[in-house]
Each structure stands twice: as structure tokens, then as C-alpha cells.
Design a protein around this ligand. Sequence first.
Ligand code: GDP
Ligand code: IMO
Ligand code: MG
Length: 425
Amino acid sequence: MSNIVVLGAQWGDEGKGKVIDLLAKDFDYIVRYQGGNNAGHTVVIGDETFVLHLIPSGILHKKKICIIGNGVVIDPKALIDEIGKLESKSIDVKGRLFISENAHIIFPYHKVFDELKENQKDESKIGTTKKGIGPCYADKVSRSGLRVADLMNDKIFKQKLKENVEEKNKILKILYGFDGFRFEELYEKYGSFRPKIKEFVCNTTLILNKALKKKKSVLFEGAQGTMLDVDYGTYPFVTSSSASAGGACTGTGVGPTRINKVIGVVKAYTTRVGEGPFPTEFTRDMMDKIRTKGCEFGATTGRPRRCGWFDSVIVKYSVMVNGISEIVITKLDVLDELEKINICVGYKYNGKLYEHFSPDREMIENCQPVYEQMDGWQEKTVHIKSFWKLPKNAKSYLKRIQKIIGTKIVLISVGSERKQTIVVE
Ligand code: GDP
Ligand code: IMO
Ligand code: MG
């Protein structure tokens, strides 16, 4: 059995939750390696809809072991709430959920920094989820953050938290006139989380590597998407972690030689939430139509998602930087009613054609997408179970995407339920 990474190849919300849930049954371990509760991964099982933010989507398979790796940032309150929500639906996580002692912890001051910076509303606004993700990763990199292991050790926790609160309060006051936090309050609040998460905390790197030695299989669950990756995305309009395939190694302690394959999840069109360049973004009427048909509202913040045509430039780039060898196309059904469908095959800027993604911000913000137009199929696809039964024009659309991307499509999703999936033979 091989070990694979499944990640988003666009700007997030590609349908990773559904795909992970489908694949998880064939794996022993499912691991989140980056991000935090900025993610919202939806899994629909019959009449029940689950939205997972921190816990891997594999948790819905009762016997699977799920790991939150060291590359993830954890808001303990959000984690405890998520565990409670699962337990209220009779999904027991005890004994099969493990949390890395090296994962960093989100504190209320991270959220306040995130919010205050965002509320300044100048050109630097990113449109974050305001969950404190960026400031928490910033503390990690500046070596002042607190890790889960620190929370488990009262002496270290007290000292490090005190230092942090003192420093953050000064900055908050000077920069934003914000009154700050009381150390005792935070110390008590986070201390009360300790007994609730203690049983899950361990050396997950060791667990994973021991499992790999025993030939157990691991599914790495990406959050966000490649275009939101802090290195490869549309910086600065990105998240603060490595959402690309490399993050699976640094975020878990599993070496690259152990990973056999990377699968990219790709929506049949494009969406993004928050600010930042989006060359193929629809104009008003199409935006309303696709947003409504595709229920394009954030699974974490409820914000309306921006929608646009399929952009092969960014997907080709994702294939390259992640080493993607297989693609899953989701939400094909959302395009069912369209008469004409566009595929972006390049960007035009200053009289020049760009067929490859470039990090040049000036270009990506001001370019004109170059489209190939295809005929729509104008038939329902939600009930279709085999590639050959898809309408002719839907097959042509998928084949064209496959050709441009140069990567084979192995699964097609035509609805949010497990059974609304076509395996491409
Ligand atoms: P993730 O963050 O990548 O896991 O994606 P989200 O859960 O944030 O957003 C994907 C949304 O699309 C969810 O509401 C899914 O239930 C839904 N979805 C997934 N696949 C399909 C599909 O093939 N067709 C339709 N119509 N909805 C889908
Ligand atoms: P999943 O895993 C879509 C976006 C935010 C914002 C930017 C930075 O469900 O695909 P952050 O709060 O991370 O500092 O925000 O990243 N963003 C997402 N967009 N899906 C997500 O997760 C996202 N997580 C963060 O909207 O533009
Ligand atoms: Mg999502």
C-alpha cells in the first residue's frame, strides 16, 4: 500500500474533504500537516453533513487513526469543540486521535492581532479567516511561540506565556491602542484545556515512522490550496503555512522518500475567498449563478466565495510544484446548465502571452485571461456513475482539461455525496 498526499491545487475549497473521506477507507492513518481551523472540510454522508476544521476528515471512518501533525497550529478551544461535536454524533475519537506535541498553539492575542490588522482596511488587507493563523505561525518562526508540549508542562507554560503576554500587550497598545490581555486569565483558561487534550498528545512523528516501518499506509490531508501556500501562492494574499506537498514532510516528520504519490483536487471551475488576484473571476451575473448553484459560501466563515472559469495556468503550476501525478475533478455538476464554458489557457499582459504562472504581482493583478471556449452539455450529471455515460460535451471538457494540464483525471465528483463519484477506468 502506498502513502499519498491529497491536496488542493487551486485557492482552497476544492472538495478535499469529500475526496479524503472517499480515499480514507483504504488507509491506516490520515494526517493533517499544516494550517489550522481556518480550514473547513465538508463531508456529506447520507443526510448528515460534517464540517471538519482541525481533525482529519478520515475520522468519520470509525477504525482509522487520525493525526494532527506538528505543522498544524491548534486553537485548543476549537479542537475541544470539534471533538465534542463529533462525539455528539457518536463518533468517538479516543484512542485513535493523536496530536503532535510540537504543534503550535493559537492564543486569543493571535486572533486579536489578526483582526486588528485586517480591520485597518487598507491595501494590505488579506481577507483572512481571523482565526489567528498568521500571527501564530509568525511566533513559531520568530521562536517565541508556545507548543502543545509547553502547555503540558505547567512550569514552562507559565513562564513562556507570561513573556508572551507582556510583549504582546506592549505591541497591541502601541500599534492599536488595544488594552491587552491579563496573564492570569489566559493562564487559567488554557490550564483548563490541559486535562481535556492531554490524552491525545504524543510524539506523532515516532508513531508515523513506526507505522511506516510496519508497512502501514498513510494519507496526508492538505488544507487550503497551493495558490494559498506561503511560498508558492499569490503572496501576500496567501495563508501562512506550506499547503503544498513539501508541507507533508515538514509538517509530520515523514521523509520525502516515504511518499509515493501526490493527488491534486481541482474544482471544475475556480473559487477563492478573501482578497487577492483572480484572473478568471466572473462578472456579476455568472458569479451569482455559479455561487448559488455551487453553494459557494465558506465552510468556516460563511463568506461568499468569489467564482470564476477554470484556470489551467494555476493548475499546471500546482501540478509542477507539488509533483501531482493524478487529478480529481470536483463539482462538474455545477456547470451542467451552461451553454458555453471557458477554459483559461494563458494570461495576456503588456502585449505578451504568459502560459506559465509567474509570481509577478503586477502581471497577475492586471493581466487579461485568454480563453478557449467549449460547448456546454446542458444535461444533469448528478446521477451518472461512469465516465462513458457522461454527456459528450462533458467528456470533451474533461479530456481538454486533462490534455492541457498533462495529468490524468482519476476521479470525477458530480455531487457532494460519497456515491456521486465517477471512477475513471
Ligand atoms: P474543502 O475545503 O476542499 O474540503 O472543500 P469545502 O468543503 O470547503 O467546499 C466544498 C463544497 O462542495 C462542500 O460543500 C462539499 O459538500 C461540496 N462538494 C464537494 N464535491 C462536490 C461535487 O462534486 N458537486 C457539488 N455540487 N458539491 C460538491
Ligand atoms: P480549506 O482547507 C479557502 C484563505 C482566507 C484568506 C487567506 C489567509 O477549507 O480549503 P488565513 O486565515 O489562513 O490567514 O487567511 O487564506 N483561506 C482559505 N480559503 N479555503 C481554506 O481552507 C482557507 N483557509 C484560508 O480566506 O484569503
Ligand atoms: Mg474548505
